[in-house]
Write a protein that binds this ligand. Structure first.
Ligand SMILES: [Zn+2]
Length: 463
């Protein structure tokens, strides 16, 4: 049902308080995926939009998998900008939570709940900004926007089983077509060696899911022999886990590394910059020694290499039968410009003779995406972050995972991860996201929603 309380109380709320209120309500709608049940969230958002004089469109790609899209019209002088979020969340292990993960509890300055960070908190900020701009236009007759602002809150990002923004774009491209898109992950504080950075996500690694197979001679397990598929496979997995794949430095990785080096300065900065000249160096120990931050070192290694992680093993039916085939499940992540087959070639080279004993099958593949930073929107994001946190150092960054940006890239949309939040030292986004007791501080949301409002209203020429 549509909630009337937000409108009647709206005059008492500022942008930040409204964001808090929206986030609490969104957390209370359980959209754990699977099964998702995002229609409940889509209808809630649609109700709020409707009550604020905006006509939303709700489209279900499958029963209960609702998506909501709305638009504030500009004068058409420039192409639209899209604020997009996903309403589904990853499931919880309730026994590890100290609070109700779907209670929307506000305690000691933090809002607790699944999705507080990924990404109902950001969706709430986007909705609050969208409503505030609509309110401004209503309050100031004669004011206008240079471009349309589109708001989309869509289903099924976390499992990406083709019931969210992917098919929505395929079937209704004009609903979402925009020059720029803003969403997760970026624009939040990242501390490194006492310095405060703001990574702005401009690239994402690609995803290649595959199987690696080993074959052997079947037989009765009572008579061991050398040509055992299980043994071949485990040797290959062991080799693969130790494989040093070559380093590839994309434009984004180069800009990120240079930005970190400039910000850190001194020996650390020089050490990080030295990475760029060491194309044959792929050892994590080197990075950890230089950076003294295992999390950052691991991330730097990931954005400069194709990676492969074994995540499953399949072999054998019966204890007394030597199987003729054994398989490993591999999660590969590719840097811009590299396909799944290119990664397989790298793996085979790195595995040496073990590489000849196995074969690879690609199950699914989605390429890396990388957007230019040479845009007025990127420059505005940078300058706005600097204005809101003069100590902060904005840097372009690459996500090691993937988001819905890969779908929007097919429409030619330039997508930036800009979901501004200001964390305290010791708070790491990556530690809290998808974790137990997921939470976001009211201060962080308040800071972020103002930064987002400033970027969107200025970029759209709200006058
Ligand atoms: Zn997310």
């Amino acid at each position: 049902m549509w909630d009337n309380s937000i409108m009647t109380e709206k005059s008492r709320y500022g942008l930040a308080a409204e964001t808090v209120h929206l986030l609490q309500d969104l957390i209370r709608i359980d959209t754990s995926n699977p099964p998702g049940n995002e229609s409940a969230a889509a209808n809630y958002i649609a109700g709020i939009l409707y009550q604020n004089g905006i006509d939303p469109t709700v489209i279900e790609m499958a029963p209960h998998r609702g998506n909501v899209v709305a638009r504030i019209k500009g004068n058409g002088a420039e192409a639209p900008v899209l604020l997009y979020s996903h309403t589904d969340v990853v499931p919880v292990e309730r026994e590890h939570w100290n609070v109700d993960p779907f209670g929307g509890l506000l305690r000691d300055g933090y809002i607790y709940g699944r999705g507080a960070l990924d990404m109902k908190g950001i969706g709430a900020m986007q909705l609050a900004v969208f409503l505030a701009i609509q309110q401004h236009l209503e309050d100031h007759p004669g004011s206008s926007l240079r471009r349309d602002i589109i708001l989309a809150a869509t289903a099924d990002e976390e499992t990406d089983t083709d019931q969210g923004i992917g098919p929505l774009i395929a079937r209704h491209p004009d609903l979402l077509r925009a020059q720029y898109g803003l969403s997760e992950f970026g624009g939040y504080t990242m501390y490194a060696s006492g310095k405060c950075f703001y990574p702005i996500q401009v690239a994402e690694k690609g995803t290649v899911w595959m199987h690696m197979h080993a074959a052997g001679r079947p037989g009765h397990a009572s008579v061991p022999h050398e040509d055992n598929a299980v043994v071949h496979l485990t040797r290959a997995v062991n080799k693969l886990a130790r494989a040093h794949l070559p380093m590839h430095i994309s434009a984004t990785a180069r800009a990120y590394i240079n930005g970190l080096a400039d910000g850190l300065g001194g020996a650390q900065g020089a050490g990080i910059r030295a990475l760029l000249g060491r194309l044959d160096e792929s050892g994590l120990p080197f990075l950890e020694r230089v950076i003294r931050d295992p999390g950052l070192a691991g991330e730097l290694r990931a954005i400069t290499h194709n990676t492969v992680t074994p995540t499953g093993l399949r072999a054998g039916q019966k204890t007394n039968v030597i199987p003729s085939r054994a398989s490993a499940v591999l999660d590969c992540r590719t840097v811009p410009g590299y396909s799944g087959s290119a990664v397989i070639e790298e793996l085979k080279r790195a595995m040496g003779s073990n590489g000849h004993a196995v074969s690879f099958d690609i199950d699914s593949e989605s390429p890396a995406i990388e957007f230019t930073t040479n845009t007025p929107l990127y420059r505005l994001i940078r300058s706005t972050l600097k204005k809101h946190d003069p100590t902060g150092l904005p840097v372009p960054s690459m996500l090691t995972g993937a988001t819905d940006a890969k779908h929007l890239a097919k429409l030619g949309t330039i997508c930036y991860g800009f979901s501004p939040m200001r964390f305290k030292p010791g708070e790491h986004f990556s530690d809290m996201v998808h974790g137990h007791n997921e939470r976001v501080s009211v201060d962080s949301l308040a800071w972020g929603v103002q930064a987002l409002y400033d970027v969107v209203s200025e970029f759209c020429g709200l006058g």
